[in-house]
Write a new protein. Structure first.
Length: 188
C-alpha cells in the first residue's frame, strides 16, 4: 500500500511540475510578444534618406503614378495652390473668414459631415468628420451665404476631390461659437 501511495504522489508531483512548466511557458511567450509589440510601436522615425527612398518606391506604384499626373494637371495645381494659400493661417491657428457656398459636399465625397466654403476667393471643403450623437447639431443650422470665422488644424488634398479639404476645428457665426472640436480622450 505504501508503494502504491508513493507512485500516486510521484504522478501528482509530475503533473503539477508539468502544469507549472506549461503555464510558465505561456506567460513567458505572452511577455515576449508584448515586448515585441512595444519595440515595434517605438521604432525610430525614418531618416530623410529613408523617407525619400520610400517616397520613390511609392511614386513607382500605380497609385503614385496617378497622383503625380494629378499633381501636374491644371486641376491638381489649382488645388495645391489653394491649399498653400491657407497653410500659413492654419499653422498659426489663426482665424479665417469663410463664406458658406453649399450645404452639401461634392457628389461621392466620403468625408463625413461638411460644407463648402469660400476663403479669399477660393473654394474649400470644410470637413468635420463622421457625425455622431448630435455633435454637429448647431452646424446643421448653417445657411448658404453665412459668414463664418473658422480655425483648423490641417488642410489636405486628394486627387478624388477638386477642392482642398480643411479640417473644421472651430466655427463661429455672428459672434457665437457654433462648433468647437473636442479633443479625443486618451490620444493626441
Amino acid at each position: 500500500m505504501l508503494i502504491n501511495t508513493t507512485r500516486n504522489m510521484k504522478k501528482v508531483i509530475y503533473v503539477l511540475v508539468l502544469l507549472q512548466v506549461v503555464v510558465g511557458g505561456i506567460v513567458l511567450a505572452n511577455s515576449e510578444l508584448k515586448n515585441e509589440t512595444r519595440k515595434e510601436s517605438t521604432q525610430m522615425p525614418l531618416s530623410t534618406a529613408e523617407r525619400n527612398a520610400e517616397l520613390k518606391k511609392w511614386e513607382a506604384t500605380p497609385e503614385g503614378i496617378k497622383y503625380k499626373k494629378w499633381e501636374a494637371s491644371a486641376e491638381g495645381k489649382k488645388v495645391l495652390t489653394s491649399a498653400a494659400k491657407v497653410n500659413r493661417q492654419i499653422s498659426a491657428s489663426a482665424n479665417m473668414e469663410a463664406l458658406v457656398t453649399s450645404l452639401s459636399l461634392p457628389l461621392g465625397a466620403r468625408l463625413g459631415f461638411g460644407v463648402m466654403v469660400r476663403i479669399n476667393g477660393d473654394d474649400y471643403i470644410l470637413s468635420f468628420g463622421a457625425e455622431s450623437a448630435n455633435e454637429f447639431q448647431q452646424l446643421h443650422s448653417l445657411k448658404v451665404n453665412d459668414k463664418l470665422i473658422i480655425r483648423s488644424r490641417s488642410v489636405s488634398h486628394a486627387p478624388k476631390y477638386s477642392y482642398p479639404i480643411i479640417a473644421g476645428d472651430y466655427v463661429k457665426r455672428d459672434g457665437k461659437i457654433v462648433y468647437k472640436r473636442v479633443p479625443h480622450k486618451g490620444g493626441c
